[in-house]
Design a protein around this ligand. Structure first.
Ligand SMILES: [Zn+2]
Length: 71
């Protein structure tokens, strides 16, 4: 049946995933300022990503925890 194809598809997905993870690590946090804190959704200046350093740290910690949970 299509067992081999499924296997190949699975490998492709994993490859894409690894590439995405690699890019995420390389670029660190690549976010676009949207007028809201990425951590607590508070309204902030449009050139800011977070309302303060604590929120940035929280967000990065959460992101790191999320990416580790995938494995
Ligand atoms: Zn915030």
């Amino acid at each position: 049946m299509s067992e081999r194809e499924d296997d190949l598809e699975q490998q492709t997905i994993e490859l894409h995933f690894q590439q995405a993870m690699h890019q995420t690590k390389k670029k660190a946090v690549l976010l676009t300022p949207n007028g809201e804190c990425y951590n607590c959704d508070e309204s902030i200046d449009h050139d800011q990503l977070f309302c303060d350093v604590d929120c940035r740290d929280d967000y990065e910690k959460r992101k790191r925890a999320e990416s580790q949970r995938l494995y």
